[in-house]
Design a protein around this ligand. Structure first.
Ligand code: GLY
Ligand code: MN
Ligand code: MN
Length: 438
């Protein structure tokens, strides 16, 4: 049975037109990737970005200087293999359903490539440090050899990110609509999980509920490994075991996002398993929340990424001094990096097809300014080590992160994950109603 995520193929045509304009007389080569073992295949983001095609063992060549600029190398149809691995579009399907100008059998790629490179100024190919690089370099050499004694050296190779990274950073109207869908369903799922947890559950049980919520709402995939961290596990930033029992009085940190249309949400919520924050938990949580809201309000075109990064450090450091965990001034604690004991990560990242998406954070050493159409996360957190003898016991092992996904609009910001509750009162009210019902 045919399986096609993207109904709107015009979106991909428009993207290719933009890539063509930037490539001029160069050629871009994109690989979809290979299936490995029993893992579910996800075609490489740059390949899908340009094609909307999701099969493994496929190569897209974009060559705007030629009469057939959109070339696809794919697996041919094969009824015997399709019984095992499912429908293949094949050489005809990739033209008919995905708009390729010309299609070839994937096995002919390296013999065709030298011919395709004819008259190209440069090759855009993302070097991988694998065997594949060698094949590509050989094909380029083979092409250059056909030119005879021209004195011409190898064609230069540029990373595809030079073009695609920047394009992917500014989301089109269609991408925003798709990403909104991922964010809204993920936010609703977080809310729904909040209504279903109770102290004593294992993190694994919570992950199962989360997945049910994601997939019943139409998620295509988990966007990245979900962090379900009870109690002090929340102080491990990339905790991924998700297999400990929780207990009464624990906070739960859930960092999870669903993907639709190859675009993922990235949301973190932290809340008490028993539905009521302790005073110490509320103290830490309210500080993180206040900072997060202030940082979100800063997001607008023209502000630079580093302005937000520095504001986050200053604001969280001030909270750490006010609560009594750090001594001295904000400036001193930033200079000595003392704040990293409790806030060790960055304030966020670009978001899109990859959870840590492409795009340069600074250009020529200068932090770039945000522009309408960018999407970034704002995710401050405070993590108090379980064995930190320098803070009162009631705070030890508390880990709080609050993360939302923010679209930069022409006039400010739009929080795409607003449906996941984060105010203390909202969380406690929601959970008390749910837990009374249970
Ligand atoms: N979930 C990965 C991150 O927040 O960056
Ligand atoms: Mn994130
Ligand atoms: Mn996250």
């Amino acid at each position: 049975m045919k399986n096609k995520t993207f109904k709107n193929t015009d979106e991909f045509k428009q993207r290719r037109e933009k890539i063509f304009a930037k490539l001029k007389n160069s050629v871009m080569i994109l690989f979809s990737g290979e299936e490995s073992g029993w893992e579910r295949f996800r075609a490489a983001s740059p390949f899908v970005y340009a094609t909307g095609f999701e099969e493994p063992d496929a190569i897209c060549v974009l060559a705007p200087g030629q009469s057939e600029p959109y070339k696809m190398f794919v697996r041919p149809r094969d009824p015997a293999k399709e019984i095992w691995d499912g429908y293949r579009y094949g050489l005809d399907g990739v033209k008919k359903d995905f708009g390729a100008d010309v299609s070839y059998d994937i096995k002919d790629f390296y013999t065709e490539l030298p011919k395709i490179l004819k008259d190209a100024d440069a090759v855009y190919y993302s070097l991988e440090g694998t065997e594949r690089d060698l094949h590509i370099i050989r094909a380029i050499k083979e092409y250059v050899a056909t030119l005879g004694r021209t004195g011409r050296g190898m064609l230069p190779i540029f990373d595809c990110k030079e073009i695609l990274g920047e394009m992917r950073l500014i989301k089109s109207a269609q991408e925003v609509q798709w990403l909104r869908q991922s964010c809204e369903l993920s936010a609703q799922s977080h809310k729904s999980v909040m209504e279903q947890v109770w102290s004593g559950m294992n993190e694994k049980d919570i992950q199962a509920i989360l997945f049910k919520e994601f997939f019943s709402r139409g998620a295509h995939r988990e966007g990245y490994f979900s962090i379900i961290a009870g109690g002090a596990n929340a102080t491990i930033l990339h905790y991924r075991d998700n297999n400990s029992p929780t207990k009464d009085g624990d906070l739960l940190l859930v960092d999870a996002g669903a993907e639709t249309h190859y675009l993922t949400a990235d949301i973190t919520r932290t809340y008490p398993m028993n539905g009521k924050f302790t005073e110490a938990q509320k103290d830490v949580y309210s500080r993180v929340l206040r900072v997060q809201k202030e940082l979100i309000a800063m997001v607008r075109p023209g502000i630079s990424y580093s302005d937000i990064q520095e504001a986050a450090r200053a604001k969280l450091t001030k909270e750490l001094i006010d609560i009594g965990f750090l001594k001295g001034s904000v400036e001193e604690n930033i200079k000595t990096k003392a704040f990293t004991k409790y806030y060790p990560h960055n304030i966020g990242h670009f978001l899109g097809m990859d959870v840590h998406d492409t795009g340069l954070y600074s250009i020529n050493g200068v932090s770039r300014k945000l522009e309408a159409g960018m999407v970034l996360t704002i995710e401050p957190g405070l993590y108090i080590p379980e064995d930190d003898q320098t803070v009162p016991e009631k705070y030890r092992g508390i880990g709080v992160r609050i993360e939302d996904d923010i679209l930069v609009t022409p006039t400010g910001q739009d929080v795409l994950t607003v449906s996941a509750p984060k105010e203390v009162d909202d969380i406690e009210r929601l959970m008390s109603i749910a837990q009374r019902r249970a």
